[in-house]
Ligand binder design. Structure first.
Ligand SMILES: Nc1nc2c(c(=O)[nH]1)N[C@H]1C(S)=C(S)[C@@H](COP(=O)(O)O)O[C@H]1N2
Ligand SMILES: [Mo]
Length: 237
């Protein structure tokens, strides 16, 4: 049985190579001549399994948002909602999240377009602990995440969501998650490419199947394991 649905935007997914090219060049700004090829190589390095062979594109985070002007919520009233196939639908403010068990980890952050930030400190509530607090209902197969930017979405299978290295993160880089990094609360999916780590987390829904997220409808793999053959729907696997 397949728990994954088909992409829901019209037409076939955009070829990943095209998406990657656009992203890489967009992120790099204006590049010319030989540096274009170098940038493309860097962009494709992770999906070709060449990490460590070609240089990384940069040492630091790039701020990504598929939409402009994301509103900054009031931390006093901000809440994330957890609903769907759960025993007890609930919303969590910052104080509620702080009362749940806290998990810390130091892990690399790797964008599929080629940049990586090593040894980033993260803290927050491990997703399994949050799910435990609401109780996952029978037949639940996946988790759907929505961003209060109104556009970005992501999904994890239930197995992936039960990993302890998936965080509902309230801290990164040694302090609260900043607005530009998707605060006050973002997702951090340590073993997967950065696009799984949804910013400006607003909603968590327990559902009966995986729905493709924002980039997945545009050609990226739903399973975004770093180091596996992600980002290639143009070749047999
Ligand atoms: N809401 C939202 N979340 C998002 C994105 C986005 O555009 N919007 N971009 C994703 C991608 S592709 C990456 S690599 C990371 C980048 O995180 P950063 O902006 O903190 O560097 O956020 C991910 N989460
Ligand atoms: Mo990314």
């Amino acid at each position: 049985m397949n728990d994954y649905d088909e992409p829901e935007v019209g037409g076939p997914p955009v070829g990943r190579r095209i998406v990657l090219g656009m992203l890489g060049l967009g992120a790099a700004g204006v590049v010319v001549g030989a540096s274009v090829q170098r940038q493309v190589n860097r962009t494709l390095a992770p999906v070709r399994g060449l990490e460590g062979v070609l240089p990384a594109a940069g040492g630091g985070f790039r701020f990504y948002s598929v939409t402009g002007g994301v509103k900054k919520p009031d931390p006093q009233t901000f809440r994330i909602t957890v609903k769907g196939m759960v025993r007890e639908p609930r919303s969590f403010g910052m104080a509620d999240l702080a009362k749940l068990p806290q998990t810390r980890m130091t892990r690399d952050f790797q964008c599929v377009t080629g940049w990586r930030v090593p040894d980033v400190g993260w803290a927050g509530v491990a997703l399994p602990d949050l799910l435990e607090a609401v109780g996952v209902g029978e037949g639940a197969k996946a988790i759907r995440f929505t961003s209060f930017d109104g556009v970005y979405t992501e999904s994890l299978t239930m197995d992936q969501a039960r990993r302890r290295d998936v965080l509902v993160a309230t801290e990164m880089l040694g302090g609260p998650v900043t607005h530009d990094h998707g605060g006050p609360v973002r997702l951090y999916v340590a073993p997967m490419y950065g696009y799984k780590s949804l910013k400006w987390l607003g909603g968590i829904e327990v559902v009966d199947r995986v729905r493709s997220g924002y980039w997945e409808r545009r050609g990226y793999d739903v399973d975004a394991w770093v180091g596996r053959s992600n980002g290639r729907d143009d070749e047999p696997t």
